[in-house]
Design a protein around this ligand. Sequence first.
Ligand SMILES: [Zn+2]
Ligand SMILES: [Zn+2]
Length: 321
Amino acid sequence: MPEIRKHYFLDEYCIIAAERRKRPSDFRTAKPPAMDEKSCPFCPGNEDMTPPSAVVYTDLGVPVDGPAKIRNWKIRVFPNLFAAMVPSPTPSTTEWVALPGHGHHEVIVDSPRHNDAPADFSQEHMELLLKAYQDRYAYYSGLEGVKYVSIFKNWGKEAGASLSHTHSQLVSLPITPPQIKRELEAVSSAAFCPFCNIAERERASRRLVAQNEGWILIAPFYSQVPYETWILPRRHMSNLAGMDNEDRRDLATILCHALRCIRSLLNDPPYNYMIYQLPSDYHLNIRIQPAVSKIAGFERGTGIHINSVPPEQAAAELRPT
Ligand SMILES: [Zn+2]
Ligand SMILES: [Zn+2]
């Protein structure tokens, strides 16, 4: 029977409808044609097709572009040419409530290799990418006027990636998104952090996919889409900046593991991962959502998702045998 599931601690719902269940192979999608490396603006050698870097990660440290653009990078960060937010927006309309789109929008090119997949990143490279996320989060969250910093990845065309070369994005906002604000209120007003409770209870549940010293990977009870997974630190920390070297190493391990499990079960599906974090009074979490189901009229009309794969089943299929 379909079941309406309440969010762990918010007044939000999703519908688990196993009757609509499909096999993992039914979620497989066609691959978009890959772009030629010569015309890819994210490839080494084509740096002139993008704005100067904000920072680059190289073997020699974290330099910034001077008059000449740095070529021998491992991760390259620069402003998005098609920015959703800009540092100096023009005044907004006075109709209803409108705020200037003050903020920042960066592209983080995850790898110099055009055909690299995040699931194939080495442990060392994933740690470097997490370091870049950590650094950029710390930088933007400290800026005047920035209320929220969203870091996310779109992998695959159906998940919103406009270029196939692997990259992440960072958008800073002058507002806190309402959903995050409700979570923040719930965490900061509770006697015991609800995410700490999730991390503790799900360790022994049917929804556990993997865990290591610092982190837990689960198919959450409140799963909006098929094969959704969350990564939570077992220790209470509000954001990536709270990670030490061991935390970063363990997160790299479990994130690579999650991406590999999803890729092998669903044949390299498009997906999004989103890092939920705040400067304080919050519990960092990373949500990975394969983009294998359509958001249609019911979801748009109600804000409630119908998920055809129970998370208990998703976890069982994602766990390596
Ligand atoms: Zn490329
Ligand atoms: Zn917590």
